[in-house]
Ligand binder design. Structure first.
Ligand code: ADP
Ligand code: MG
Length: 180
């Protein structure tokens, strides 16, 4: 299987999948994980389609005075930067993104919460195929954390040289930590 086939496989599984309250469980586990590590600035994202409802975690973080920024993408070169704002609009993919009120430098971000379609036990991730996060994280030193349903785990994600491994992936069943 190549990456395209792996993406298709997971998208098909999502067709008749329901959350069953898993998002609450996953977000609570992620919140506890971050709190233990005294994380004070986070780059998160807004949930897209049927992926884990990360907005539950975003709210928990905001209530606990964590600064939560969101990516603003540039579709010319598939790059992105982190911004914080009270105001949001939809980007070209229909994803909510903030106005560029306050830029948050990468070096100030304690943890990036990374979206994914599929993952494996080695904490490799499969994204939606544009490589935005691989580019952004290529020179990022902080914690890389992803939230996923157990059903998004596959045996082995197809990876290339640019693919950035996560430090931790949290599902409703387990916490996968990178072991090297
Ligand atoms: P995703 O991570 O979104 O699933 P891919 O891993 O398939 O997508 O990456 C999409 C494309 O972006 C690939 O052609 C990949 O080689 C390219 N890419 C990813 N990261 C970088 C980078 N740091 N520099 C240049 N190209 C990159
Ligand atoms: Mg990738």
């Amino acid at each position: 299987m190549n990456k395209t086939e792996q993406r298709k496989k997971i998208k098909d599984l999502f067709l008749d999948f329901t959350d069953n309250g898993y998002s609450e469980i996953i977000c609570q586990k992620a919140f506890d994980y971050l709190r233990k590590r005294n994380i004070s600035t986070v780059m998160s994202y807004c949930p897209f389609q049927k992926e884990v409802n990360v907005s539950i975690l975003n709210e928990m973080l905001l209530k606990n005075n964590v600064i939560v920024g969101f990516p603003v993408i540039s579709d010319k070169d598939y790059t992105m930067d982190c911004y914080y704002s009270r105001f949001y609009s939809l980007n070209q993919y229909g994803i909510i993104q903030p106005e560029k009120d306050k830029f948050i430098d990468k070096s100030k971000i304690d943890a990036v919460i990374v979206p994914l379609l599929a993952f494996d036990e080695q904490c490799f991730r499969l994204g939606r195929g544009k490589g935005y996060y691989d580019r952004y994280l290529s020179d990022y030193d902080g914690l890389k954390i992803a939230l996923a349903y157990q059903m998004q785990m596959i045996n082995k994600v197809v990876v290339d040289n640019y693919d950035v491994q996560m430090d931790v992936i949290i599902s409703e069943e387990r916490v996968y930590e990178r072991d090297n």
